[in-house]
Design a protein around this ligand. Sequence first.
Ligand code: NAD
Length: 269
Amino acid sequence: MKFKIVSKGDKQSNEIKSRIKQYLTDFDLEYDKEEPDLVISVGGDGTFLEAFHRYVHRLDCTAFIGVHTGHLGFYADWVPDEVEKLVIDIAKTPFQVVEYPLLEVIIRPESGTGEDRFLALNETAIKTAEGSVVFDVEIKGEHFETFRGDGLCVSTPSGSTAYNKALGGGIIHPSLEAIQLTEMASINNRVFRTIGSPLILPKHHTCLLNPKVNGSFLIAIDHFTQNYTNVKSIQCRVAEEKIRFARYRPFPFWNRVRDSFVSEEDMKV
Ligand code: NAD
């Protein structure tokens, strides 16, 4: 099996990366930056997102696993003290694969050709530095509402505990193939009206955001934000591709939610 390690870059993460690399090569596993079967992220959720995007072009043949060096991670469940156990598991045991849905985002230009296609593990967040955004929101080919406000967020089930949660969105179990649309401070009065609740869309229900006012948009795909002008539409739907997690032991989603947001143990840290 070929592996690659992506480190957060701090002293502790780099030291853990070196140890894992040494142990696994001692077990005759091959370090391969180009075509790894397994990508090990060492750091936090941000590091995991970076690892995902670095290998997003080979999701069908690369699985991901995370060691967290900061506080509890959503995508990284192994702690530094367990590195020896993890290495032995990787070297000796075939991993189970757990798949989570992803979000497909296609940004089409108003004029000219070409479009940008992205896959997000957490979400896309669309805002502007120029006041409010105004979008016609279309769902499954039908006009749904005109949104005016700070922005919109479309998230995956595993991203539902991230930005989506801060926007009042619901937490969705990643076994459900769905995306969630949440509002950022919509303007609601007698003139402008939006649904005001998060919307959960199943697979094949495409959500199209058509800007009503031409301007520039800050479009974030997970941890990475780009500035766009000349936007005709932003299309969001559940992607055909999925992320594959390498599992050597259970990592139940609801335990993760509890331990991150409710557990008193964690609040003491
Ligand atoms: P960051 O350093 O600003 O970290 C944001 C926090 O989000 C970290 O604590 C991270 O652990 C947590 N996080 C990331 N993915 C998560 C998930 N799936 N479930 C629960 N928590 C999660 O930025 P970063 O580390 O580069 O992460 C980028 C992410 O930050 C974005 O994808 C977005 O979801 C999140 N974000 C959150 C808010 C907010 O909550 N108000 C605002 C902007 C971005």
